[in-house]
Design a protein around this ligand. Structure first.
Ligand code: BES
Ligand code: ZN
Length: 639
């Protein structure tokens, strides 16, 4: 990449921001910085093909929500007031809309504005174009979400742990929030926001922002207010409503969840404050005030979601021994990689996830030591190699970090390429320049790009300007462009420590040679990562007698560790191992984490003779308990 292109890529366009002239607008951490309108990148690689917005014409910079949560009707409705920034001659502003029922659109003085909802695309939803008068600076949209809004899951009391009250939660990333918030749903269009949320009395609302007032309960409803002073990508606006209790974990962290879950969740999360300290050492000061977490019901479709100030977590990470808390390190690390510096488009999703996966393991190293971190790196590289094979091998275009998502849903990029190839890229740079120099660059990156959208080109330009600094030999060694723009794994990739799992790998080979061997005694001493390595490295085809021996000696059907259970069930399904079916059915009907249910149901469905009827039977029961995102994926199997 030549210098001209890199410099152009780094250029940002401030759109007529009315308040950039404030004297202290550039003072770091100052009030003015928080309220300055975040710039829109104007290079072609920063144009978001997954949004209808034309932000260089007119863009939203603040969203103010006043919404009522209607559990009977499964709708969130009220008003969204949008503050906009526009070219003086802009004739319209285009928002993203997925199934919203728009009742009216007016300007700040109440004067109706013309609007039109265009044709709907199956991936993107529809454009909502609002005509602007020359002086329009604010839109007031009266609307409600559809009962099948893709971001929202409405749980009946029976679907909760407490069984008494209903529950609602949202998942915005990647492009789901347009199903409940009429705004420009693009990660490159940062917006500050506030919200007033009305819920039935007795329920608690939490959001991904600090509370701005004490809750008020009156006349059968409770009202909660929130305000996010920083501009954030709109996918980071999130809500949870239910019978929620809170437990503090330290000076700036705590956990929300249903009362029945609170003690177990807090115990599992006991290391959170230490993680924040470790992440700050690596990345620089935490910028968001508090770091709280919401542990959701088991249908939460992801392991975690880094909603600012309030990470959302699956309850399936609670193993009782903190063995799966690298998930928390991951979501916390997104407070920098992802939430401070955000991929401008989903083609550069690796900038969010690869950097975060790298940092996750640095935090694990700081808290639990280099051995455990090296093991998680090695598990990651195994996952990466499997992912490359599944995508069709190292020449497949989808093995590039900067990917082409034309005509596709952003979730097509949700692969271990972004996570593990991205992390391997950063480990490789670290190994070449040394940890000290790399860490200094990393801190600087977040300092230079906080609260800003970023692209692969900006990343490369920044590395060249601040790390390579014209050193030709170093430039050659790093192979930066190969990493970002070429498929497969560059030759300079730093390999995982071959001894990270020495004992486990020896057991795997012995298992291959000796048909009477099961590592029952070793298993008792192995940590979760070692158990995962063992199960994942076994031959994919095994006779029933050997699976029986494993199951009996290692208690696999009964394990309470969900990652271990998943690894076991994956092997069991590949071998049509029927004694695992009750455990499989229980697993698929009691949690809805996409990473667990999708591969298992897909594997069953592919096995036409044996598996497909099982998949059909289980999905018929389980579907209703899954989040719309998980349903959408699995409905494609046409079971
Ligand atoms: N931001 C992601 C989740 C996500 C990505 C949701 C893209 C929707 C679209 C989150 O940080 C994440 O990566 N979660 C992982 C856990 C992590 C430890 C790898 C997950 O959910 O499995
Ligand atoms: Zn992530």
């Amino acid at each position: 990449m030549n210098l001209v292109r890199s410099a152009a890529a780094a250029a940002a366009l401030f759109l007529f921001a009315c308040d950039t002239s404030q004297p202290d607008a550039s003072k770091p951490g100052g009030k003015a910085e928080q309220e300055a309108i975040a710039p829109i990148l104007n290079t072609p690689d920063a144009a978001d093909i997954h949004s209808y917005a034309k932000p260089l014409e007119a863009r939203v910079h603040h969203v103010s929500l006043d919404l009522n949560v209607d559990f009977q009707g499964k709708r969130i409705g009220g008003t969204a007031t949008l503050d906009i920034d526009r070219k003086p001659d802009a004739r319209e502003i285009v928002l993203d809309d997925r199934g919203l029922e728009i009742q009216s659109v007016a300007d700040g003085s109440g004067k109706p504005l013309q609007y039109k909802v265009g044709a709907s695309d199956p991936n993107l939803g529809a454009p909502l174009a609002v005509a602007l008068n020359p002086d329009t600076k604010r839109l007031v949209i009266r609307y409600r979400s559809a009962p099948d809004a893709g971001a929202l899951q409405w749980l009946t009391p029976e679907q909760t742990a407490g069984k008494k009250k209903p529950y609602l939660f949202s998942q915005g990333q990647a492009i789901e929030n347009r199903s409940w918030i009429p705004t420009q749903d693009s990660p490159g269009i940062r917006q500050s926001w506030d919200a007033t949320i009305h819920v039935p009395a007795g329920l608690t609302a939490v959001m991904s922002a600090p509370r701005s007032a004490e809750p008020i309960t009156q006349g059968g409803e409770s009202v909660f207010s929130f305000r996010m002073p920083h501009s954030v990508a709109p996918y980071m606006i999130a809500i949870g409503v239910g019978d929620l209790a809170f437990k503090s974990l330290g000076a700036r962290s705590g956990v929300w969840t249903e009362p029945a879950m609170l003690a177990a969740a807090a115990a599992e999360l006991a290391d959170t404050e230490k993680m924040i300290d470790a992440a700050e050492k690596l990345y620089g000061a935490y910028q968001w005030g508090r770091y709280d977490m919401l542990v959701l019901p088991p249908s939460f479709p992801f392991g975690g979601m880094e909603n600012p100030t309030l990470t959302f977590l699956t309850p399936t990470f609670i193993a009782g021994d903190k063995s799966l808390v690298s998930l928390v390190a991951h979501e916390l690390a997104h407070s920098w990689s992802g939430n401070l510096a955000t991929n401008a488009t989903w083609a550069d999703f690796w900038l969010n996830e690869g950097m975060t996966t790298y940092a996750e393991r640095r935090v694990v190293e700081a808290l639990y030591g280099p051995k455990r971190a090296a093991q998680q790196v090695a598990l990651g590289v195994d996952a990466l190699n499997k992912q490359i094979a599944d995508l069709g091998g190292p020449s497949s275009p989808d093995t590039r970090l900067h990917i082409d998502l034309k005509g596709r849903h952003p979730d097509d990029g949700l692969t271990d390429i972004a996570y593990e190839k991205g992390a391997a890229f950063l480990r490789t740079i670290e190994a070449i320049v040394g940890r000290e120099r790399f860490d200094a660059w990393l801190k600087g990156w977040f300092d230079r790009h906080r609260f800003q959208p970023v692209t692969s080109a900006i990343f490369l330009a920044d590395i060249r300007a601040n790390l390579v600094k014209g050193d030709k030999a170093l430039e050659q060694k790093l192979m930066l462009d190969d990493w970002v723009y070429k498929p497969g794994l560059p030759a300079n990739m730093v390999k995982p420590d071959p001894k990270a799992f020495a004992q486990v790998d020896a057991a795997v080979s012995r298992f291959g040679r000796d048909s009477a061997f099961v590592p029952a005694a070793e298993w008792k001493t192995w940590n979760t990562d070692e158990r995962l390595r063992f199960l994942n490295r076994l031959p994919r085809k095994l006779p029933a007698t050997r699976l029986e021996a494993l199951n009996r000696s290692l208690g696999l059907n009964e394990t309470r560790n969900n990652e271990v259970l998943f690894a076991w069930l994956d092997l069991a399904v590949a071998n049509r191992f029927e004694p695992a079916l009750p455990a499989l059915e229980r697993f698929l009907t009691t949690q809805g984490r996409r990473k667990f249910v999708k591969p298992l149901i897909e594997a069953l469905a592919k096995d036409q003779q044996w598996g497909r009827p099982i998949a059909k039977r289980i999905y018929a029961v389980a579907r209703g308990s899954y989040h719309p995102i998980t349903q959408r994926d699995l409905d494609e199997l046409k079971l």
